[in-house]
Design a protein around this ligand. Structure first.
Ligand code: ADE
Length: 249
């Protein structure tokens, strides 16, 4: 079997449709009590689809497990997010050029918010090749103004008030969106030298109406995200096969 790309989402609502669209789908396995994983193909790309659960610890555990067990060539974190920047609207797509943990706080030791001491970096860079392919895949489906690239910030908090959002923006003025797993997946992927990309669709604006918007829009937005992922994988397969072909000539 070709080495897979891992697609990790936090909630069933974020991975169910993908799981159902797998061809040659293996049985769902749950190596850890709350970690359903499926293998199969999306188009011509071998994938492992995993529902990791909500939050950074669940996300980190799942990522390390998948890397150890399946040796994926790349990891994609797909899901929804709250818009942070004023540019964001519900339904927009954000591709993470980088990610940070907005709730990592060693301020008492003079460290800026989000900085993890004694690591080579606290800013986890999305893979440029995946980013390029994802951008074209998203632009195949959406107008330019709805596809954004930039910083994604992650924390173990659902952001549902203007005050909390503004506090995060004070520390991370460039943040495009907030979510709860991306930078944890990115940190583990980076530590293992596996390329990764976070792709998020905006379900709410991380303000007082966030809980209701989130519920209302998740089912409308995830199918768009999944169509972008399918296109991304087609482009990715074509790109890696033509790179291999030229290398063999
Ligand atoms: N995921 C979707 N919306 C979110 C929000 N407002 N805060 C954190 N994670 C989210």
């Amino acid at each position: 079997m070709d080495k897979p790309i891992a697609i990790i989402g936090a909630m069933d609502e974020e991975v169910e449709e993908l799981r159902e669209s797998l061809t040659d789908r293996g049985p769902v396995c749950t190596p850890l009590p709350n970690l359903p994983l499926s293998t199969g193909n999306l188009g011509r790309q071998a994938v492992v689809v995993c529902r990791c659960g909500i939050g950074k610890v669940n996300a980190a555990m799942a990522t390390q497990y998948i890397i150890d067990q399946y040796r994926p060539t790349a990891i994609i974190n797909s899901g929804i997010a709250g818009g942070a920047s004023k540019k964001m609207q519900i339904g927009d797509i954000v591709l993470g050029t980088s990610s940070m943990q907005h709730d990592f706080d060693l301020g008492e030791f003079g460290r800026p918010r989000g900085i993890i001491p004694r690591l080579p970096t606290s800013v986890f860079q999305g893979d440029p090749n995946l980013l390029e392919v994802a951008f074209h895949a998203a632009r195949d489906m959406l107008p330019a103004g709805k596809v954004h690239q930039g910083l994604i910030v992650t924390g173990d908090q659902f952001i549902g008030s203007k005050e909390k959002k503004e506090e995060i923006l004070e520390f991370f003025p460039d943040a495009l969106c907030v979510e709860m797993e991306g930078a944890a997946i990115a940190q583990v992927a980076t530590a293992n030298e596996v390329p990764h990309l976070i792709i998020r669709a905006i379900s709410d604006l991380a303000d007082d109406s966030a809980p209701q918007d989130f519920e209302q829009f998740i089912t409308k937005i995830v199918p768009v995200l999944n169509r972008i992922l399918a296109r991304l994988l087609i482009r990715w397969v074509n790109r890696t096969r033509s790179a291999r072909h030229s290398a063999n000539r």
